[in-house]
Design a protein around this ligand. Structure first.
Ligand code: MN3
Length: 196
């Protein structure tokens, strides 16, 4: 059985960039919903007892499993790469980003552009591909770069949820403002760990 992970900070900790109410509903209702629907969907199937990553990587998935396994993985990942502490990008990751995107500012611009360009619900990602390259990509719904059908496949090291439920209470239709505010709460130490 999959379980809703606890956050390592309070719902209010990411204020004013991500508001308390959004965090509370996002974690305790949306994420919890993916977890319980995932448990329901895998019950009595070949997927029961497999790890979340095994499920995601196992090719064509029944819709309910794809959406809810993706939802559970994506949100667990998202909470982990956020932090109330201000962190700075540094070391090998900073170097790799400069190499791939010219500068950190250019990388941020490109990442925001992809986040804004996702029509409807989905995610924007920074992905480390199997050949070790850094790429920015976007997936619809609760898909992610671990899935066999992803356009850019690899290990996500940074991601932003651009479903309206992630920002609408505070930012309404202004996804661009939410994407800009996101940079204030990224945990670069976590992102670096994932890059390594
Ligand atoms: Mn969400």
């Amino acid at each position: 059985m999959f379980k809703l992970p606890q956050l390592k900070y309070e719902y209010s900790a990411l204020e004013p960039h991500i508001d308390t109410k959004t965090m509370e509903i996002h974690h305790s209702k949306h994420h919890a919903g993916y977890v319980s629907k995932l448990n329901e969907a895998i019950s009595g199937t070949e997927f029961e007892g497999k790890s979340l990553e095994e499920i995601l990587k196992s090719g064509e998935l029944p819709t309910a499993i794809r959406n809810n396994a993706g939802g559970h993985w994506n949100h667990s990942f998202f909470w982990d790469i956020l932090s109330p502490e201000k962190t700075e990008i540094s070391g090998d990751l900073a170097e790799a980003i400069n190499k791939s995107f010219v500068s950190f500012e250019k990388f941020q611009e490109e990442f925001e552009k992809v986040a804004l360009g996702r029509f409807g619900s989905g995610w924007a990602w920074l992905v480390k591909t199997e050949t070790g390259e850094l790429k920015i990509s976007s997936t619809p719904n609760q898909d992610n770069p671990l899935m066999a059908n992803a356009e850019v496949k690899g290990t996500p090291i940074l991601g932003i949820d651009v479903w309206e439920h992630a920002y609408y209470l505070n930012y309404q239709n202004k996804r661009a403002d939410y994407a800009k505010a996101f940079w204030n709460v990224v945990d670069w130490e976590e992102v670096s760990k994932r890059f390594k």
